[in-house]
Ligand binder design. Structure first.
Ligand code: SAH
Length: 393
C-alpha cells in the first residue's frame, strides 16, 4: 500500500533534520491523501527531499517518527529495534543481574520506538501503547517479545486502556496477548516487591526511581523517615533497612495496603513502620521537628504546558512545608515527574520554597532517571524525572 506523503512548510524541516522524533501539525504544508490514525506516513521537505517515516495521528503531535531513513517499518524493522533495546540493557548491566528482575525493556523515544513502553516484571512483559500505530500491531509486538526473550517470558500483558491519545476513535482494552500470570514478586537491588500490573498505577511499579531509592539507603541510618506519596512503599522498604522509624503517607487505600504488604514481605511485622491514608498537604500541616528525612515524590502536577505555572506553585508549596518543618540537619529527597517541568524550573521552585523559609539549604545530589529509561539526546522531553537531595541546616 502506498503511504500518504506529508510535505512540510519551508523552514519547518529543521527539527526533523535534528532528529526530533515528533512532528507537530503546525509544520505541515500539505498531505497528499487522508491518512487514518496509526497509518505509516512519509515526511518530505518543501523541496521534495525525504525526511522521515512514522505513525500518523491527528492532533498536535502529527507524526511520531520511527526512522529518518527511507525504510519500510515492517516486522523485521521492529525486530531489529527491540533486539537493540534488549542488547543495550545487557551491555550496561541492567539484565543478567540476579538482584534485579524488574526493569524497563523499551522506553519509547529513548529506544527509537516512540509510543511504545514495555516494562519487565520477572517474566511478565507489560506493554503500554501511546499511539494507535503501535496499538494496531500489538499482537506482532507481543510475538516479537516472546521470540526475542524466549524462555525468559511467561506472559505479555497489554495495558493500553487510557494511554492512547484521547481523541482517537480506538477503544483500547487491557488483555493478555501471550500466556497469563498471577501478580509477581520481583526483586530490585535485593528487595522484594509484589506487583499487580492489572490493578496498579502505570504498569504496576515506579521502576524509574530505582537508583534514587538506592541513594536514599545511604542516608537512612538511625533517621526518622517520612515517605510522602508512598504508593507501593518503594522508598519505605529501602529506608526500613536501618531507619529508626518509617512513615508512609498516601491518599489511596490500595496504595497503603500495597506498601504495608511490601514492608511485611521484606521485614515481617516490624513496628518501626506505620502508614497513613491521608491527603499529603493535610499531613504536612503538622510535622514540625518530627522527621530527619522526608521524601516528596508527588504525581505529575502538570501534564500540559498550559498548567505549568500552577504546577510550579504546587511544587513550591509542597517543598516549603517540608523545608520549614524538617529537623535541623534534615535531608529531603524531592522529585518532579512532570514532563513539561524542566530541571531548571523545578530547581527554581525548590529555591523559592527554601527562600521563603529562610533556612540554609545545600544541594547534595541532582537526580534523574536510570539508564533503562534512556534519554534520547534529540528529544529533551524524554528527560522527565528530576529530583534534588537537599540538606536543611
Ligand atoms: N514514590 C512512589 C510513587 C508515587 S506515585 C514510588 O516510588 O513508587 C504518586 C502517589 O501519590 C500515588 O500513589 C497517589 O495515590 C498518591 N497521591 C496523589 N495525590 C495525593 C495527595 N494529595 N495526597 C497523598 N497522596 C497522593
Amino acid at each position: 500500500m502506498d503511504r500518504v506523503k506529508i510535505v512540510l512548510k519551508s523552514g519547518k524541516e529543521q527539527s526533523v533534520k535534528r532528529y526530533h522524533p515528533w512532528l507537530f501539525s503546525g509544520a505541515i504544508k500539505k498531505m497528499y491523501g487522508n491518512p487514518a490514525e496509526g497509518d505509516l506516513v512519509d515526511v518530505f521537505d518543501n523541496k521534495d527531499n525525504f525526511l522521515a517515516v512514522g505513525h500518523y495521528q491527528p492532533g498536535s503531535i502529527a507524526v511520531r517518527i520511527l526512522s529518518f531513513e527511507q525504510v519500510n517499518p515492517d516486522i523485521s524493522f521492529f525486530r531489529k529495534r527491540i533486539c537493540k533495546a534488549v542488547s543495550y540493557r545487557k551491555s550496561i548491566g541492567i539484565t543478567g543481574n540476579p538482584d534485579l528482575n524488574v526493569y524497563r525493556l523499551i522506553h519509547g523515544e529513548g529506544d527509537g520506538l516512540p509510543g511504545l513502553i514495555v516494562d519487565f516484571y520477572n517474566g511478565v512483559a507489560v506493554i503500554q501503547m501511546h499511539s494507535v500505530g503501535f496499538y494496531r500491531i500489538r499482537k506482532d509486538i507481543a510475538e516479537l517479545l516472546v521470540e526475542i526473550l524466549k524462555d525468559q517470558i511467561v506472559a505479555v500483558y497489554n495495558k493500553s486502556e487510557g494511554t492512547l491519545p484521547h481523541m482517537s476513535g480506538v477503544e483500547a482494552v487491557n488483555e493478555y496477548l501471550y500466556g497469563t500470570s498471577a501478580p509477581a514478586v520481583v526483586t530490585e537491588n535485593g528487595y522484594r516487591f509484589k506487583i499487580d500490573w492489572t490493578t496498579g498505577q502505570k504498569t504496576g511499579f515506579f521502576i524509574d526511581q530505582r537508583d534514587n531509592r538506592k541513594l536514599l539507603g545511604k542516608f537512612t541510618e538511625g533517621r526518622s523517615v517520612l515517605n510522602m506519596f508512598g504508593y507501593t512503599g518503594g522508598f519505605s522498604v529501602y529506608a526500613m533497612r536501618n531507619a529508626s522509624a518509617v512513615h508512609t503517607v498516601d491518599s489511596s487505600f490500595p496504595a497503603i495496603e500495597l506498601a504495608n504488604e511490601n514492608i511485611r514481605l521484606n521485614f515481617g511485622d516490624d513496628n518501626r513502620h506505620e502508614s497513613f491514608q491521608v491527603d499529603a498537604f493535610d499531613y504536612l500541616n503538622d510535622i514540625k521537628n518530627k522527621y530527619d528525612l522526608i521524601i516528596l515524590d508527588p504525581p505529575a502536577f502538570a501534564k500540559h504546558n498550559n498548567v505549568l505555572a500552577n504546577a510550579l506553585q504546587g511544587y513550591k508549596r509542597l517543598n516549603m512545608k517540608a523545608i520549614e518543618q524538617i529537623k535541623p540537619g534534615g535531608i529531603i529527597f524531592t522529585f518532579s515527574c512532570s514532563q513539561v517541568v524542566t530541571k531548571e524550573n523545578f530547581k527554581k521552585s525548590v529555591f523559592a520554597a527554601a527562600a521563603n523559609t529562610g533556612r540554609n539549604v545545600r544541594i547534595l545530589y541532582q537526580m534523574s532517571q536510570p539508564p533503562d529509561h534512556p534519554v534520547n539526546i534529540y528529544h529533551p522531553e524524554s528527560e522527565y524525572l528530576k529530583g534534588l537531595v537537599i540538606y536543611v541546616e
